[in-house]
Ligand binder design. Sequence first.
Ligand SMILES: NC(=O)c1ccc[n+]([C@@H]2O[C@H](COP(=O)([O-])OP(=O)(O)OC[C@H]3O[C@@H](n4cnc5c(N)ncnc54)[C@H](OP(=O)(O)O)[C@@H]3O)[C@@H](O)[C@H]2O)c1
Length: 342
Amino acid sequence: MPMDDVAQFDQGFADLDVTTDILPIKRSGNPISTKKKKKPITATPILHFLSTQSFASPFDINMAVDAGYKVVVPHTGVRLNDTQALVQDAIFSRPPEHGCRTAIFIGGKDALMALDMLTVAKTSLVPPFQLSALADPGGSFTTAAAMVACVESVYQKKTSRTLDGASVAVFGATGVVGFASAVIAARSGADVKVVSHIGLAALEPLVSAAKKRFGVTLKPVLGGRDSDKGKIVANADVVLCAAAAGVQVLKAKHFEKSKRTVVIADVNAVPPAGIEGVELFDFGRPIGKRGLLSVGPLAIGDIKYKTQAGLLRSMLRTDQSLMLDFNDAFAVARQLVRKKAR
Ligand SMILES: NC(=O)c1ccc[n+]([C@@H]2O[C@H](COP(=O)([O-])OP(=O)(O)OC[C@H]3O[C@@H](n4cnc5c(N)ncnc54)[C@H](OP(=O)(O)O)[C@@H]3O)[C@@H](O)[C@H]2O)c1
């Protein structure tokens, strides 16, 4: 990223306190009560990184350190059943007033597992002993939040409509980013089709989980062949592509018969683009004969990065326990996009 852009990002972020300005924070437990005059808490900020994979993402470790955590401890191969013991081990080892300087980051590659672990983390707290936790498996919640927030802004500017009632197609929806994007768009009122290139069976557990956990309906669609892709796109106001890195899923020809599509967005930054013609920093740039408004992976990445940094810092800036998921990520991403679009 060019240094000017980095400086601009930092400046944009410096003005924003996500804890007080944005988050409709869901607090778990009570504020730590003390009758004595509050002294600033100087305990070392520690982040325990719970990963369900055999490694902990270096991206997320770097983000945590840059956000202000002095000690970041990766715990790999963590299972749901391990969560309670790890959380309680972390809370009981520090005085309650230091609890707000201890945080859990839930990574991995499974969105539903991460949400389950977040729920267990919350129910494992034993007030006044507490900590905060953020679930962002594979960066999916912050990336999805950023993609939907960018798209919403571009779509609204063009049509004066929100995503409520818009038809949204999500390619790569069996991945963590695609699934989280689909749920966020559906919770914003969109009529969402989730697309897989291999078969509907891969989508079924996700569609059922979306209904059961979030009360939203995702429509599963098969989109492996050119003809299927053309039909799906022709009926979508917004097309989101969250397919695997370096895979081009949609070409310009798939949009030829689409009179309806307004915005297309792609999160894949590894060439070739997931959607032909989308460039890295696009933020509403018209492309192709129909002037489709393109949103690119690094425009999304900018908001994703700031959203994740903001959520990590918010856990350090409060004396209360925060339990943060994709809803919080979307609230922060929307504010950041509004600020950028001003
Ligand atoms: N811009 C950012 O800030 C940012 C941040 C994080 C991640 N990302 C990017 O987000 C994307 C999604 O990440 P993820 O971890 O969710 O990805 P993933 O699990 O690697 O892949 C997502 C989905 O892509 C689909 N796919 C794979 N090969 C395909 C092909 N040949 N044709 C069509 N679809 C194919 C698969 O779904 P089906 O087989 O069901 O079709 C798969 O479930 C990646 O490109 C990643 O690099 C971007």
